[in-house]
Ligand binder design. Structure first.
Ligand SMILES: *Cc1c(COP(=O)(O)O)cnc(C)c1O
Length: 469
């Protein structure tokens, strides 16, 4: 292992007595004896002891082993990893915002409330819905909140039987998971070979289950990056049988300023502010999944978090929306769509395109076209790392064996995209001429292929001092 690049744990760099910083005198030291012994440590915590340069270099080197949108192209499908303007960070870090406490008296937080209202009004205008709650901390949390709204609505009418949620087989995994967490049962509706919801199958389900249907959850563009053209018919079917329409708006890019879920017949939706409206995320946070509802449903918002949600993410989203303004927000969708289609068309002679035609902000290849080389989607993804690109989403959606889901986002230049296309073609070429090179990739990264199941099955999340000794 290359220590300079990969680094030891900071604990392993510790030397007894080393110092990089002196804490100021504790003004309250004399009060410590007033604390009950039961809440006090019996011995000193074992903290690392390092000099300043060691600490600075350790964390700087670690940060450079991380891949982010700021150091390379990141075409991760279904996740919208895009440009995070630095001005958003400045806005979120303004001391007047950063030092707020959620329990401050109302009259001292008028500015924060105005910012939230401004964001709520912007989201209402962009989605065609009437009210938003900002309490959910992420997309999946938003789905749960939205389904709780729907569940509360049915129960308020004494309609207790409605416990089934229809979800397309192409749906993001969080959709069925959220329904299950909300105590609802999932019914899957099939997709047609063109990737859109199979209307005949939906009619069959509605006839069979009508009075039990609480809602239908949909993503549009769906998880294959395809625009569902039959939303009005679908919404009518569901509304006629008494259900509500839920819209998974995690990735709203292609819709922005072009069309609105509220106008299509959706009643409840969530938005991932951290995807569509640019907060650096990944590795679990930070996120914000506000839920919007049509007029009349706001009284069913549940309490899903204390206080007001992830305020700093909301500020970044507001800065992003305000920077674009009404006119430029309309360019997001068409540009994201153009970029995705350009990549798709430039690569479909060497990568398998299972569903041809126009896509929206993302699309799915089913691995390399030439299957005889034995080079898999995993191998292509790993080889991309060697060339300095983050891999696309792989093996999702589950509809194809070798899914490779690409989303370039609207912010990337023609040059960046051409560079990516050239590398993808190069890898297809390598797969033909030197398949082992691709199968054993990555070769240039700090560590090679990792066992990506091991860390999930046997996570080691605490450091034990003994291991260092
Ligand atoms: C990312 C995503 C989610 C989940 O959002 P999280 O913030 O990761 O919980 C839900 N649906 C779709 C379509 C997504 O892309």
């Amino acid at each position: 292992m290359n220590n300079r690049l990969y680094g030891n744990l900071i604990f392993e760099l510790s030397k007894e007595g080393r110092r990089g910083y002196s804490l100021p005198q504790n003004k309250y030291a004399h009060k410590l004896s007033e604390l009950p012994a039961s809440v006090c440590r019996q011995e000193q915590p074992q903290l690392p002891e390092c000099d300043e340069m060691t600490v600075v270099r350790h964390y700087t080197n670690l940060s450079q082993n991380n891949f982010g949108v700021d150091n390379g192209f990141y075409p991760l499908g279904s996740c919208t990893m895009k440009y995070n303007p630095k001005i958003n960070e400045e806005v979120a870090a303004l001391p007047a915002f950063q030092n707020l406490h959620p329990l401050q008296p109302d009259h001292t937080v008028e500015g924060a409330r105005a910012a939230m209202l401004w964001l709520e009004n912007s989201l209402c205008e962009l989605t065609g819905l009437a009210h938003f709650t900002f309490k959910p901390y992420a997309g999946a949390h938003g789905e749960l909140t939205g389904l709780m709204v729907i569940d509360n609505y049915h129960r308020s009418r004494g309609d207790e039987k409605r416990k089934k949620v229809i979800v397309p087989d192409s749906a993001h995994g969080t959709n069925p998971a959220s329904a299950a967490v909300c105590g609802l049962d999932i019914i899957e509706v099939k997709s047609q070979t063109n990737g859109q919801v199979d209307l005949a199958d939906l009619k069959r389900l509605v006839e069979l289950e009508g009075p039990n249907i609480a809602a239908m959850m949909m993503t549009n563009p769906n998880t294959l990056g395809l625009f569902e053209c039959q939303i009005p018919e679908i919404a009518k079917l569901i509304h006629d049988c008494g259900g509500l329409m839920y819209y998974d708006g995690a990735n709203l890019n292609p819709m922005l300023g072009v069309c609105r879920p509220g106008d299509m017949g959706f009643d409840v939706m969530h938005i991932n502010l951290h995807k569509t409206f640019s907060t650096p995320h990944g590795g679990g946070g930070p996120g914000s999944g506000p839920v919007g509802v049509r007029e009349g449903l706001q009284e069913f918002f549940p309490m899903v978090s204390p206080y007001h949600g992830n305020f700093a993410v909301m500020l970044r989203a507001l800065a992003y929306i305000a920077t674009l303004g009404r006119d430029h927000v309309k360019e997001v969708g068409p540009l994201a769509t153009l970029n995705a289609n350009y990549i798709k068309e430039s690569l479909k002679d060497v990568y398998e395109l299972p569903i041809d035609g126009l896509c929206c902000h993302e699309f799915v290849f089913d691995g390399l076209k030439d299957k005889s080389t034995g080079v898999t989607t995993m191998d292509v993804a790993k080889r991309l790392l060697d060339y300095g690109y983050h891999a696309p989403t792989i093996y999702f959606p589950l509809l194809f064996h070798e899914s490779l889901m690409i989303e370039p986002t609207e912010n990337e230049s023609r040059d960046t995209i051409d560079g990516f296309i050239a590398v993808m073609r190069q890898i297809a070429e390598e797969a033909k001429n030197d398949p082992d090179l691709v199968k054993t990739a990555p070769h240039n990264t700090p560590i090679g292929r990792v066992d990506d199941v091991l860390a999930a099955k046997h996570p080691i999340v605490t450091f034990r001092q003994m291991q260092a000794e």
